[in-house]
Design a protein around this ligand. Sequence first.
Ligand SMILES: Nc1ncnc2c1ncn2[C@@H]1O[C@H](COP(=O)(O)OP(=O)(O)OP(=O)(O)O)[C@@H](O)[C@H]1O
Ligand SMILES: [Mg+2]
Length: 316
Amino acid sequence: MGDLSQAEGGALPAHELEAGIAAITAVLLDVASGRFDARAPRTNTGDALDVLAFLVNATAEEVATLVGELRAERDELRRAQAKLVHAAKLAALGELAGGVAHELNQPLTVILQIVELSQIVGKPPRPEDLELIRKAIERMARIVDGVRSFARSSAMRAVLSPGRAPVDAALELFAEHLRRDGVQVVASFGEGLPQVMADVDRLQQVLVNLLANARDALAERSASGEPRIDVGVHASDGWLVYSVADNGPGVAPEHQAHLFDPFFTTKDVGKGTGLGLSVSYGIVRDHGGDIAFEPGAGGGARFVLRIPAARAHGAP
Ligand SMILES: Nc1ncnc2c1ncn2[C@@H]1O[C@H](COP(=O)(O)OP(=O)(O)OP(=O)(O)O)[C@@H](O)[C@H]1O
Ligand SMILES: [Mg+2]
């Protein structure tokens, strides 16, 4: 740019040069700290300082426009993600509905049989039968509760929760279903688990997604032995580490990089939306954690997710 004091229009007095540069520097500092409406004063003399002020102002304007566009795009992405979460929930719910109906059927049958029997013999149910009815109703209430919390569409509500709560919630909703499909479910919980700051409903959704995927993979083919899913949580280095592993066919190497892409599915049309894992990824990220696929020991698939453990009371 040459010597500013030698610009056209003659030499600038040193104090004017200094003041001009200070004004321009102030604008640059403002823009750097997010005040994009800052503008350097123009003298409209066309001297080098004025040209510099013009360029800085134009750049500030450009930056303001770009930042505005980026913010709009970010908001749009957030809205799209929220919609995606909802769509995936609906799809998962649809799939669950069949299983839930199936599960409600068993306690309902118990109740119906006891009531019918007591109508036939003309006597009220015996206390032990009433106890069976009570258990059946409790079981139904738990199923309904699980579905309700699963369907709830809301902003993240993280509360301090026991570290194993998401696993318990997922198993409550899905384990019986898996066992009926002939899948052995083995749960393991680490000793002295810390608490976790979590939206348990959402982490439950993630684990149910993983369990449903494992179930689907096992239905295809078992890699070794009886179909089995290992689910568990342990603590490690300030994280709660949740895992779901199956002994199904595993994931083909060429598919591994795409597992978490929205709409990536190898399932038949109408069977999978390909949203389960991408939505799970979003939920885990919302918790400040991460989720990854690992090839399982026996050739099956293993999904591991980490959520930061809540700091113990009184810890710094
Ligand atoms: N445990 C697993 N074993 C083998 N492949 C898996 C496993 N989990 C996921 N995959 C693969 O990842 C793909 C994407 O999973 P994702 O949960 O995102 O969608 P989906 O299960 O196909 O559809 P949806 O979740 O809507 O039912 C699956 O189609 C499958 O190919
Ligand atoms: Mg899935």
